[in-house]
Design a protein. Structure first.
Length: 202
């Protein structure tokens, strides 16, 4: 009894998929062997048939490959199944450091990603829009003016991509530069005729 696949090779999407493989036969047949990461239906029959092959996403680092072997009483048909590894989710941002003066202001962060992402921060003096996205995008950041006696303040904007490493932007805001001066003397007196006095400033 004869048996054969109409194609000898089939590739399955890295993200996982179901594909069909056509089988021709003039007798009874059964699936003898197949890779453990593959699900096959049906596994036996008589005459021509279409096999359904299902594989989950390949989360490994390398392409995986295996053989599906179908046997009859007299012959064997072999189908080679391959699946490349799925692309890993990734995200990067630019710039990764930003300095802002005491007056505050706005700046943009360019996001390069192949997945969904969200933005978070632990401070209330920084706001941003949008707060999430998909793929490449631009986030507009607003830093409020600095109020109070701070030498500087710092914060991080965290970009979290699904199934990817957390990346961040470091923001530093510097206080207004105040230069102290000394005046001497602090008090001057003049009589009714007026006059000149020397004031020392340093």
């Amino acid at each position: 009894m004869d048996v054969a696949f109409t194609a000898t090779n089939v590739a399955i999407d890295p993200e996982g998929a179901t594909v069909e493989a056509a089988l021709t036969s003039n007798g009874e047949w059964s699936v003898d062997t197949y890779p453990e990461w593959l699900t096959i239906s049906p596994t036996s029959g008589k005459g021509d048939a279409t096999l359904t092959l299902t594989a989950p996403a390949n989360n490994g680092e390398e392409t995986r490959s295996g053989e599906v072997r179908v046997k009859t009483k007299d012959n064997t048909a072999t189908l080679t199944v391959t699946q490349e590894p799925r692309e890993k989710n990734s995200i990067s941002v630019s710039p990764i450091d930003k300095n802002v003066d005491f007056e505050g202001g706005m700046f943009e962060i360019e996001v390069t990603a192949n997945c969904e992402w969200t933005v978070t921060t632990a401070v209330d003096w920084i706001s941003y829009e949008p707060t999430s996205g998909m793929g490449n995008g631009t986030v507009v950041v607003t830093v409020e003016p600095m109020m109070g006696d701070f030498a500087q303040r710092e914060a991080h904007l965290f970009f979290n991509g699904s199934e990817s490493e957390l990346v961040s932007v470091h923001v530093t805001q510097y206080a207004q530069l105040i230069i102290p001066i000394n005046i001497s003397p602090e008090l001057m007196s003049f009589d009714y005729t007026g006059g000149e006095r020397t004031l020392s400033v340093d």
